[in-house]
Write a protein that binds this ligand. Sequence first.
Ligand SMILES: [Fe+2]
Ligand SMILES: [Fe+2]
Length: 287
Amino acid sequence: MRIVIYISAFDPITKPHIETAKKFLKNENADLVCFYVDSTNNSDTYHREQMIKLAIKPYRKFVLINNYQRLMRKNKEYEYIIVENDESDRYSDLFKSGKISVVEKKVCSYIFNNGLYAKKIMSSYINEDRFKHCLSVADLCLKIARGNNLDEYKAYLIGLYHDIAKDLKKEELSIYMNIYKPYEIDYGYPVWHQYVGYYYLKHTCCLRHKKMLKAIRHHCLGDDSDTYSKLIFVADKLDPLRNYDSSKEIEIACKDLNKAFKIVKSQNKNYLESRGVYDCDNGRDGL
Ligand SMILES: [Fe+2]
Ligand SMILES: [Fe+2]
């Protein structure tokens, strides 16, 4: 029996990793490919191993191992070929730079649902100022969630992801809007990114948390009564990086989100009416 020990960072495992493993079976005339996570640069292997399990599930000749030396000691009669650090790892970096399609759908879903590489991915989608805004909103979401007994991690990720589509050009947003066709399309271009963000996270990134998706879909208008929808609406508008003092409202939000939601909703309505515009994110200071 010929066994390939495939050692790589798999951070995360990508489609090219799988293609490489298939080539091992063919070119090395191997019977089995054993995936082993290289922990040299990152000792936390749990998520990477979970993602490998998802990616290799359809292939009966692929297995995940956590100690190849023991395997070799126990089964001395087999022939082993050890392959380390192949170039497929560069596709992992490509994924983290926003090229979502290089990973399998199930792996992509695992990544977004667990918030893996979230900051790196977000920084590749939006400009530096917007990224700072998303980080700041994520921190505020977490703070408000803590004060209102909500899921802090879910709240943080909603804040981080909420403007994922904000930097797309009008033409690109328009393409998504024509596929998705939300009935609120008439709200106009500045609001479109909430629908496109929702659609992209749901269908391309395979994010499955319904409340997170719903919150992102309503973050501009604040027109949903779910707690997480109120949370992101409030945190987005009260972001301390915006050019006005929101400390009083933040204090209220950390104690009573519903009360803060009513206040912020009313403030936002007055502000937009005074300017004669309806631009959720480009109010106040243009973030
Ligand atoms: Fe937004
Ligand atoms: Fe925002």
